[in-house]
Every structure is written in C-alpha cells, then in structure tokens.
Ligand binder design. Structure first.
Ligand code: ZN
Length: 345
C-alpha cells in the first residue's frame, strides 16, 4: 500500500463548498464541480490536505497582456473586518463538515494526522491563505488556533497589514515588492511560538527572505513551482530552493497550469509530465526530502490529464515511470510533509 496515503499541501475546496447550495451533501456524496469531495478523495488515497480559508477580492484580476507575456493587476487590500467575517464563516463550515460527515475530521496534532494516514478518514489541516482575517495586533490569533488553524500564509497576492503579496507575472521574477511589515514579523514570530506553519507561497522574494531570517523552523512553500523551468513570478529561484532545503523544509509543487507552463499565453495547458518535471528538478537539485504535492485543487486550472483529486494517481504513476522508487514516492507523497509538521507543530 505504498501509494495509499497522500498528504496534499493546498486546496481551496472550502471556498468552492461555501459557494455550493448544500455543501454537506456535495462533499459527502460527491460533486462534479469540485475537485475534492469525500468519495473522490477516498478513491485517490488522499489522507490529509491543507484546506485553505481564502477571502476573494472584490474586483476581478484577469490577466492583461504585456510585451512578452502577461501579468495580473495586483488586487486592492480587503478590509480586516470583511476578511475576518469570511474567515470565521469558512472555519464554521469546516467545523460543521468535521462534525457531521463520517470519515472526515480536522487535524490539529501529529497524532490526528497519523490516524488519517493509517485509516480511511480524510483529514483537513486548516490553513489561512493570506492572513487578512488575522487582526493586525494578533488579538484573534489564539482564537483561530483554537478553531484548528495550524498553517498561515501571511499574504496572498495582494497587500495586507502583514506584507505585500507577489504579483503574478510571466515572465517575471518573485522580486515584485516589499517584504513583511512590522506586524508581519510579529505574526511570523507568534506562529513560531505556537507551532503554526508559516507558508511562504504568494510571498514576494523579500518576504521570503524576511521569513527565512526570522524563523528556525523548516521553511514551507505550499504551492509553487521551479523558476528555472518556468520563469513565472510565483515560482522559486534556485537560491530560494537551496534556502528551503537548508532549513529542512519543503516546496509543494502546484498543478496550476499557468504557474508551470513555460508559455506567454496565460491559457496555455500542461501535461502531467510537466508536474513531474518540476518535482524531479527539485529532487535532483536539492534532494528528495524537500519536494511534496501542493496541488491547488479547487483553486487553480488543473490539467485535463489530472482532472481532479483522483488524478493524484496519474502523478504518482508519472513519478514511477520517471524512475522514482517506493522510498522516494513515500517521501514525496507523505513522508516529507509529516517530517516538517512533526518539527513545526
Ligand atoms: Zn494560491
């Protein structure tokens, strides 16, 4: 059963469920419109995932053409009050699902994670994708922790009280703005004190270096790609990959087509092979211990070859065909995530 239990580093399934008329039924019985529901997660062998709380921007941010590619206008900040309301509503939905859906639970501890890895129960690690719902003075951080939050990305790709998010550009490098604010540095320290993962996905390059300097825990970038293979501003440079590896951390490779397609067309498609290319690059360059899955199911344009969460099998098979053995696949699919969570929580 070497491939049976997978930990995936990022999904926006709660956002999709919030938009669904009957989220409990959709999640329990399955729903064609969402990538992760309970039946398909079981079929895929998904044991645990980072379930993001995400606050939508009020304005659209479709890509606009540039001389050699495209970029997304940086959305405006969302007010803390609005973000907090959405954050609490999303955590309330997660709590309802965990209480009312058999075979689904919230993961708060390493032993909760191990229960999911060793059983048919799917576990959700609550994650904040952008911390706009956290009070700038951190007054509600302990409340969020008690609600189960075990991972926080201080920024999404827009500004907030904690820092600037990276602007999406192709081609582009991650150095698109300033790093953490004073409140952002306090948030990173407070997360370290409580054993909350700090996720550097969507950070500017300066924000990434700020986190690297502030923390002694393994660095995590939950859903990103390799800049050397695809010069998208959200992807990690070789220097960043080395820094993540030296900290003992992990990079989750996203399945998001525009993030991995080395193509100036924002509608370009990729194959499962492209995802394997990014995983293989990180493994060859800094070591197998530092690469994991960070799909972005329900938040990204997923390649047809993958389709939904059941397509995790396609990626695992692709890794096998590329020569990754049982031990390597165990690390990529769950061992590396488990190691980092054991060190952080
Ligand atoms: Zn994201």
């Amino acid at each position: 059963m070497i491939d049976a239990s997978i930990i995936d580093g990022h999904n926006d399934t709660l956002l999709r469920l919030l938009e669904t008329e009957n989220p409990l039924a959709a999640f329990t019985d399955g729903c064609e419109d969402i990538h992760i529901d309970l039946p398909s997660a079981h079929e895929a062998g998904l044991a645990a995932g980072f379930f993001a709380v995400f606050v939508l921007s009020s304005e659209e941010h479709d890509p606009i053409s540039t001389a050699d590619g495209y970029e997304h206008p940086l959305p405006n900040a969302v007010s803390h009050d609005d973000a907090r309301a959405v954050t609490y509503r999303t955590l309330e939905l997660l709590s309802r699902l965990a209480h009312e859906v058999d075979g689904f639970r919230v993961i708060r501890t390493l032993s909760d994670l191990d229960v999911c890895l060793e059983s048919d129960i799917l576990g959700a690690i609550p994650h904040l994708e952008g911390a706009a719902g956290v009070a700038p003075d951190l007054a509600n951080l302990d409340f969020l922790y008690s609600a189960g939050v075990r991972s926080i990305g201080p920024v999404w790709s827009r500004p907030n009280a904690f820092g600037d998010g990276v602007q999406s550009r192709y081609p582009g490098n991650p150095d698109t703005g300033s790093g953490l604010t004073g409140a952002g540095r306090d948030l990173v320290q407070a997360c370290e004190d409580r054993g909350i993962v700090v996720d550097c996905a969507h950070m500017t390059e300066q924000g990434f270096w700020d986190v690297a300097e502030l923390t002694d825990t393994p660095l995590v970038v939950s859903h990103s790609g390799v800049h050397e293979l695809c010069p998208h501003s959200r992807n990690l440079t070789d220097e960043q990959l080395v820094t993540v590896a030296e900290s003992g951390g992990v990079v989750g490779i996203t399945f998001h087509e525009p993030g991995l397609a080395d193509d100036p067309d924002p509608d370009a498609e990729i194959t499962a092979e492209t995802i394997v290319d990014h995983i293989e690059y990180v493994s060859d360059f800094v070591g197998i211990e530092h690469v994991v899955f960070g799909s972005d199911f329900d938040g990204a344009r997923i390649p047809d070859a993958v389709g939904d969460v059941t397509g995790l099998r396609v990626i695992v098979n692709g890794l096998r065909e590329r020569g990754f053995g049982d031990e390597a696949i165990e690390k990529i699919t769950r061992g590396n995530w488990r190691r980092v969570l054991a060190e952080t929580w």
